[in-house]
Each structure stands twice: as C-alpha cells, then as structure tokens.
Design a binder for this molecule. Structure first.
Ligand SMILES: *Cc1c(COP(=O)(O)O)cnc(C)c1O
Length: 364
C-alpha cells in the first residue's frame, strides 16, 4: 500500500485528517490549561467557548438565522424519530411522510407508536427505493401537522436534489448523511436534524435546528428531557452533553470554514461523486443501483453484475487489503457502497477508481 488508508464507512465515518491531528495535539493539554477538554466541566469557561464557537460556525456555514435554535442533543438521530412527533404532532392532524426507505420507516414506526396518523405522500417501495421521483408532483394537505423527509438515504444511496414545496406545513428533514454537503435554504424547513457521525464529527451528538415557533406545540405529557424547550432554555446544557463530540464538531466546522464553506465543499463533493459514478457507468463489471435522477453524492451504491455476491465479497476483501476500507453495502440491501463524505479527499476516490478498474480487468 503506497497511500494512507481511505475509509469509505457509512458512519461513524472519515473525519478530516487536519482535524484528527489538531484533536491529537490538544488531547492531553487543551490550549495550555494542563488537562484535556474531555476532562473539563461542561459549565467551565473553556467549554463555553467551544459550544458557542460550534454554534456560531454552524450558523455561518448553514446560513441559520435568528428565527432558529441550534441544539446539541444525545440519543443520535434515532431519538429524533420519537422526539419530533412527541413535540410537534397535533391531535387530529396527520403527519405527511415521504417514504424513501429504511430511515423513513424507522421514523414512521415511532410516529405510529405515538398514535400519529401518517399520510404517505410518496411511497418509494414501488421502485424498491431506487428513485425519489418528481417532488413537484407531490401534494401536501395544508392541514397536516408537519411533513417529513429523509434528505439522503444512506442505505439505498438516494438523495433529494430538490426539496418538495410543502406550503405552510413545516418541513422536517433527517439530514444525518448529507448535512453541510451542499447549500440549502434553512428557511424552507421547520426542523433539520442530523447525527454527527457521518459528516460532522464523532458519534454521540445529534444536531437539531428548529424554528422558534415550533417547540410551543409540545404537550404537557412529554418528559422534561424529551422536550425541545428544555434544551433551548438551557442552551443544550440541561444535563451533561457530549462535550467531546461538540468539541469535535467545532474543529470540523472550523476546517469547513477554512475550506471555503459549504459552496466550496459542495463543488468538491459533486466532482468526487461524478467521477465515481462515471467509473461505474463506464465499467463492464459494475452497475449503479439507483436511478441517475436521485443518485446520492454522499453514498454511492453499486453492484457487480446483477448481484454477484461471491465477486462482491472478493472485492471488499481485496479492497481492504489495498487500504480501501468500508466498501460493503448495508446489510439490508447488500452489494457495495462507497461513502464519500466531505472529509473524503479526492485522492481517496481516485484510488478507489483505479482499484475498481484493476479488479474488473483481473476478474473479467
Ligand atoms: C445513520 C443514520 C441515522 C441513525 O443515526 P443514529 O445517530 O445512529 O441514530 C438516521 N438517519 C439517517 C439518514 C442516517 O444515515
């Protein structure tokens, strides 16, 4: 292997090398204080600076206005599947859901446990979740409590390239796997959430960006810890948050700003994805699994032939030996998947493409 290991895992995932080195440098002795930030009180000035910088960076990168709160919560993206309906559902009103696979199903399961009436606006099962289709044709009942989408389906490798217009119905989006990978207009959303471990930092923190009018909907029956209003009031310090996770988000967002922010990163992401999809489309061996119209720029899903599991296994093993790790598809769908998040350098994608070409030639 004449290159570093390239990590194509879907999550936890690759982080920018300069961020890892900075965290290493500061780990034992944080900015001269003699101990690590991981050992610091979440009420101390050192940590206050960290969490405020993380929020300010996120506001700058995503263009989040004062109409929104920024929260750092625990329980991953998965707790949001329950917390969102707990706080935002309205008795007698439906939740409009656009179903693009696995992650939408997990969200819908929690809505139903909580007794919500789900209105399926889009059902991707008809095309086995290989396409998102024409969002302009989707109709949203203006009486719905809120509308729900998963912006990027990490498992199937589909991504919205345009968001549906829900009118006055607040749009809620799970952006766990494509947050800050491309420019969005936050003002179109009622709530955006994301587990940090794909594009933002380590596992253990979930980011929630919520429009300020929405938390007031929460009924009295929701426990304190599960209410957005609790975390808003205490600025994400109601209890001990994932301090190290928030510190890492601060470093990753510092790095993103140095890169030129989301527009510059988007350009790089589009170039990386275009290259990899072109290599798949031009190969006699590999085949993309999603409709070109909905292909994700973050999670590239592909197969060998019509699903040659033996060769796929060989591919994953030989790639690993060559320092290209994490290329196995999600267990729910099989096949191959290369997750090429913000922190994946272009050389990683180039190295993967060269490996694929070589593998195809040797196993023709
Ligand atoms: C990974 C992922 C989740 C789950 O995140 P956890 O933090 O593990 O709960 C939810 N939604 C999407 C789109 C994901 O990619």
């Amino acid at each position: 292997m004449d290159h570093p290991v390239y990590n194509f895992n879907a999550g936890p995932a690759v982080l920018p090398k300069p961020v890892m080195l900075k965290a290493q440098e500061e780990f034992v002795n944080y900015r001269g204080c003699g101990y690590g930030i991981i050992e610091e009180s979440h009420r101390a000035a050192n940590f206050d600076e960290v969490i405020q910088a993380a929020e300010a960076n996120l506001r700058k990168l995503m263009g989040i206005s004062d109409d929104y709160e920024v929260l750092f919560l625990q329980g991953g993206a998965s707790l949001q599947f329950a917390m969102i309906p707990m706080n935002l559902m309205i008795p007698g009103k439906k939740i409009a859901v656009c179903d693009t696979g696995e992650w939408s199903h997990k969200a819908m399961k929690e809505m139903k446990i909580l007794g919500a009436d789900v209105d399926l606006v889009f059902d991707g099962s008809a095309n086995k979740f290989s396409a998102i289709g024409d969002v302009k044709s989707w109709k949203f009942d203006q009486d719905a409590a809120y509308a729900y989408i998963c912006a990027n389906n990490t498992i199937y490798g589909t991504e919205y390239h345009e968001y549906p217009d829900t009118g006055n119905v607040p749009l809620v989006a799970d952006m766990s796997s494509d947050i800050m990978s491309h420019v969005i207009d936050v003002n179109r959303f009622g709530l955006i959430f994301a587990g940090a471990q794909k594009n933002m930092g380590p596992a253990g923190v979930a980011l929630v960006v919520i429009r300020k009018d929405l938390p007031a909907r929460c009924p009295e029956t929701v426990p304190t810890m599960l209410r957005y209003s609790t975390h808003i009031k205490s600025k994400s310090l109601f209890n001990t948050p994932s301090t190290f996770g928030i510190y890492m988000i601060r470093l990753v967002t510092d790095w993103m700003l140095e890169q030129g922010g989301v527009p510059a990163i988007q350009k790089k992401n589009e170039a990386k994805a275009a290259k990899l999809y072109a290599a798949i489309d031009n190969s006699p061996m590999f085949r993309g699994t999603c409709c070109k119209c909905s292909r994700s720029n973050m999670n590239v899903c592909f197969r060998i032939g019509e699903g040659n599991e033996e060769l796929e296994k060989k591919f994953v093993a030989e790639a690993k030996a060559a320092g290209l790790i994490g290329l196995k598809g999600h267990r729910a769908v099989g096949g191959l998947r290369a997750s090429i998040y913000n922190a994946m350098p272009e050389e990683g994608v180039d190295t993967l493409i060269a490996f694929m070409d070589d593998f195809a030639a040797k196993n023709a």
